[in-house]
Design a protein around this ligand. Structure first.
Ligand code: G3P
Ligand code: CA
Length: 256
C-alpha cells in the first residue's frame, strides 16, 4: 500500500465502502468491513465516537436503538457494555453476534490491506481538548499501528480538522459537507492542507468539482447508490465515490 497522498493512486476513481459494505452486511461491523475489502473497495469508511469509558467505538448513531439490540446513548455505556450487544440481528438474523467494534479491532483486522477513512462524529467534539480527546486517541492509535500514511480522518466538524492539522505526525484529513463549497471553505481547506472534500453527491456540479480539484483537493461524494448517479459522478470527474455497495459500484465505474 502506497501513501494515500500519492497521485499514482488516482488513475481511476476510488470505491469507498460506506460503513463497510452496508448494503448487504450490518453497517460498521467487522463482517461489513471484511466484505468491503473482499468486494474490491479501495477504502472503507466508518463512524467513530467515544464510549462512557472514553474508548473509540465504531457506530453511526448517537443512540443504540437502530443498529443494535441495546437502548440509550452510546456515550452512556462502557465499551464492555457495548460489546455485549448484538449489532447484527437488526439487519438479518444470519448476522446475530456481530458486535459494535472498538476502532482498534477494525484497524487490526484491516491493517494495511485497504485505505481507512475514519469519520469523527460531530457529537464527539470536546472544545476543551482533553488529553484523551477522540482526535488525539485516533491519531495516536494510527501512529502506533503504523497506519498514518494509509488513513484518512474526516469530519463535518471543522474544529476536529483544525486540531489534527496542528499535530506533528498526522494522517490526511477530509472535510465532509452537505453544502456547496464557497470561497471560505476553499480557504479553510488550503490553510489546513485538507486532502479531500466529501460532499453530499446531490449538491455537486462540474464547477464545484473543478474548483476543489484546482485547489488541490480530491473529491469523494457520498452516498452514491445507483448506477445512474455513479455514472454521473464519474462524468463529473470525481476522484472516488462513497457507496453502500462497493461491488456494484465497481461494476458501474469500470463500465464507464
Ligand atoms: O463520510 C460521508 C458520510 O458517511 C457522511 O454521512 O451520516 O453517512 O455519516 P453519514
Ligand atoms: Ca459516515
Amino acid at each position: 500500500m502506497i501513501n494515500i497522498r500519492s497521485n499514482d493512486n488516482f488513475k481511476s476513481p476510488w470505491i469507498v465502502g460506506h460503513r463497510g459494505y452496508c448494503a448487504r452486511f450490518p453497517e460498521n461491523t467487522l463482517i461489513a468491513f471484511e466484505a468491503a475489502a473482499s468486494a474490491g473497495a479501495t477504502m472503507i469508511e466508518l463512524d467513530a465516537m467515544l464510549s462512557r469509558d472514553r474508548r473509540v467505538v465504531v457506530i453511526h448513531d448517537t443512540n443504540l436503538d437502530r443498529t443494535s439490540n441495546g437502548r440509550g446513548n452510546v456515550a452512556d455505556k462502557t465499551l464492555q457494555e457495548l460489546k455485549r450487544l448484538d449489532a447484527g440481528s437488526w439487519f438479518d438474523t444470519q448476522f446475530a453476534g456481530q458486535q459494535i467494534p472498538a476502532l482498534s479491532e477494525v484497524l487490526d483486522l484491516l491493517g494495511r490491506r485497504i485505505y481507512i477513512n475514519i469519520e469523527l462524529k460531530s457529537n464527539a467534539y470536546e472544545s476543551h481538548h482533553p488529553a484523551d480527546a477522540i482526535e488525539r486517541q485516533v491519531v495516536e492509535m494510527l501512529r502506533q499501528k503504523n497506519l498514518l500514511d494509509v488513513s484518512l480522518v474526516s469530519s463535518f466538524e471543522v474544529n476536529f480538522l483544525e486540531q489534527i492539522a496542528a499535530m506533528e505526525h498526522r494522517p490526511a484529513i477530509a472535510f465532509i459537507s452537505e453544502k456547496p463549497a464557497d470561497p471560505n471553505t476553499i480557504r479553510m481547506c488550503r490553510r489546513l492542507n485538507v486532502f479531500s472534500w466529501h460532499p453530499d453527491y446531490r449538491i455537486i456540479s462540474q464547477s464545484q468539482v473543478q474548483k476543489m480539484q484546482d485547489a488541490g483537493l480530491k473529491v469523494f461524494p457520498y452516498t452514491v447508490n445507483t448506477r445512474a448517479d455513479g455514472v454521473k459522478m464519474s462524468g463529473l470527474g470525481v476522484d472516488g465515490i462513497i457507496t453502500d455497495d462497493p461491488e456494484l459500484a465497481g461494476r458501474w465505474i469500470n463500465a464507464v
